[in-house]
Design a protein around this ligand. Structure first.
Ligand code: 1FH
Length: 224
């Protein structure tokens, strides 16, 4: 069935998913993701990925917290989703204390999130893109990484563990229901879907940036 984004009879959650399907496929198909799924990405690359995510989540989680009383943001706000502590634990495992990023892709992503503070509705687009992704594909990624890398039974995958959310499928369903309960104008819906698409593209650019860091590195165990 076709679900035009501006059509008010299409549930918002469907418009967001369908409207970003292509961007999702493109982000999922990046070299870094294939390398990670195959256990080929260098651990330093994964550390660089985590460091970038740390920048992004620091901005996202602070923005959402600052706007948690906004009538729209309050619908998705959930402190148990917060990933900053998990990212710090994983960074410790993969890279030690060096957290410097100097990443143009992470900077652009952060700037976009900070811009959305002016229209808190759009913070929900960023919230949706990251956390529903972490509760979906993120778990598959963790499974593949457990097969592809040694020592992950001792840590390193905290980012994908949501202790307070034992049933991610039910959580995602309830989350989508809350999105669908929002009363948005057609232009707000369009803006929301566009922000989701843009969030996916920013993730894609971030993944591509990490992929370039692996160039010239033949084996996951190579030094440096
Ligand atoms: Fe995803 N994702 N995703 N995903 N994803 C699914 C749903 C969402 C992968 C598979 C799936 C990213 C990455 C990967 C979202 C965002 C992002 C579903 C459907 C699958 C199968 C689950 C369902 O039906 O409930 C795989 C595999 C990935 C890489 C290994 C990245 C790009 C996320 C964006 C930042 C979102 C928002 C959804 C929810 C859609 C909905 O509305 O239901 C990924 C790529 C992860 C690179 C890490 C690294």
């Amino acid at each position: 069935m076709d679900h035009p984004v501006g059509d008010l009879s299409t549930p918002l959650s469907v418009a967001m998913r369908e409207g970003s399907r292509r961007e999702h496929e493109q982000a999922e198909g990046t070299d870094f993701v294939s390398d990670l799924l195959a256990g080929r990405a260098h651990p330093h690359q994964y550390a660089a990925y985590l460091a970038r995510l740390r920048d992004v989540y620091a901005a996202l989680e602070q923005a959402v917290r600052d706007h948690r009383d906004d009538p729209v943001v309050t619908q998705v706000y959930d402190e148990t989703l917060c990933r900053l502590d998990a990212l710090d634990a994983d960074l410790e495992f993969w890279s030690g204390p060096d957290r410097s990023t100097g990443s143009p892709a992470a900077d652009r992503y952060r700037e976009r999130i900070d811009r959305a503070r002016r229209t808190p509705l759009l913070l929900v687009a960023h919230h949706y893109t990251r956390y529903l992704g972490d509760l979906s594909g993120g778990r598959m990624l963790a499974q593949a990484m457990r097969r592809g890398y040694e020592g992950l039974d001792r840590g390193g995958l905290a980012f994908y563990e949501f202790d307070a959310i034992p049933k991610p499928v039910a959580y995602k369903r309830a989350y989508r229901d809350r999105l669908d309960g929002l009363r948005l104008s057609p232009s707000q819906r369009t803006a929301m879907v566009e922000e989701v698409r843009s969030a996916f593209r920013l993730n894609h650019a971030l993944l591509d940036e990490v992929a370039t860091l692996g160039a010239g590195c033949v084996t996951p165990r190579c030094p440096g």
